[in-house]
Design a protein around this ligand. Structure first.
Ligand SMILES: Cc1cc2nc3c(=O)[nH]c(=O)nc-3n(C[C@H](O)[C@H](O)[C@H](O)COP(=O)(O)OP(=O)(O)OC[C@H]3O[C@@H](n4cnc5c(N)ncnc54)[C@H](O)[C@@H]3O)c2cc1C
Length: 261
């Protein structure tokens, strides 16, 4: 079984974020990390591999500039077998559809039975990529998966919803995106970190994919028209009360007035 995990390079969650006013794009040259949500996708794939046996392979795929290699190494150190890295200046400015289309090209070229994605990235945070990927690959797409089992060519999953969960069964090949409740990602071991240095990170260019439609800024169907800072927060209101009960009433009245309860 060929399992592919999509991993994204994102700015460090704790780093200050800056938008370049000229390009209206997030400046991504600072400290970067493996998208934290993708650690759950890697762990889910590794647990499947452990259950399914040595014939199963886990390949991580990313669309990122060359410096993304260091981040890919973390996925390899966790236990993924190898990586495929689409690094090409022509990818710059790709919107969600362009990113999904290019990744679908790379994944189809590699071959797959199951693609596991994180639920969302921590920078663009659209959560749309997994669905778009399934569409471009022409396979079922199950998002927000919190439990995942493979039995032969049957995939059984539980999908989180606002009010509970859905039990869904589908055939492979398929794409899933997993939530943080699916597992607790492992830390890379020292042996894993050392071993990752020898694992293959295969480079891939757009020319090799020979995509039918353009990606990058020229192919983007989305245009960021304007950006503004959020309005400054007003001063908080301090209320002095003589008892907890009185304080609770003040809070309830406040929430009622705002129609929040
Ligand atoms: C007009 C426009 C221009 C943009 N220009 C750029 C740009 O120049 N550079 C840039 O980096 N972004 C750019 N973006 C943002 C880019 O479109 C999104 O980051 C990307 O499409 C993925 O969407 P997301 O991060 O919301 O993914 P989500 O749907 O929130 O992520 C879900 C999962 O998809 C997978 N995933 C997402 N992105 C990748 C990836 N690149 N490689 C592998 N797996 C991935 C991960 O597993 C992730 O957990 C641009 C967006 C717009 C609208």
């Amino acid at each position: 079984m060929k399992i592919v995990v999509t991993v994204k390079l994102v700015p460090d969650t704790t780093a200050d974020k800056r938008i370049d006013p000229a390009t209206k794009r997030l400046v991504r040259t600072g400290e970067t990390v493996l998208n934290p949500f993708d650690e759950y996708a890697i762990e889910a794939a590794l647990q499947l591999k452990e259950k399914l046996g040595a014939e199963t392979t886990v390949t991580v795929v990313t669309m990122a500039p060359e410096r993304g290699k260091e981040v890919v190494r973390k996925a390899l150190a966790m236990g993924a077998d190898d990586a495929l890295m689409l690094s090409d200046p022509g990818c710059e400015g790709s919107d969600v559809m362009g990113t999904a289309y290019a990744l679908a090209g790379a994944i189809a070229k590699n071959g797959f039975d199951l693609v596991v994605c994180g639920t969302q990235s921590t920078d663009a945070i659209t959560g749309e990529l997994p669905g778009a990927l399934a569409e471009f690959l022409g396979v079922p797409g199950l998002t927000y998966v919190r439990k995942l089992e493979i039995d032969g060519t049957t995939l059984r999953a539980e999908r989180e919803t606002d009010s509970g969960f859905l039990k869904v069964t589908t055939g492979l090949p398929a794409v899933v995106s997993v939530t943080k409740s699916i597992n607790e990602p492992r830390y890379p071991s020292l042996k894993g970190i050392m071993g990752a240095k020898k694992k293959t990170i295969a480079p891939l260019t757009l020319a090799e994919l020979a995509l039918e439609h353009p990606i990058g800024s020229g192919g983007a169907k989305t245009e960021l028209v304007a950006l503004t800072d959020p309005p400054a927060r007003g001063k908080g209101k301090v209320v002095e009360v003589s008892s907890g009960a009185e304080g609770a009433k003040v809070i309830m009245d406040f929430l009622h007035a705002k129609k929040l309860i």
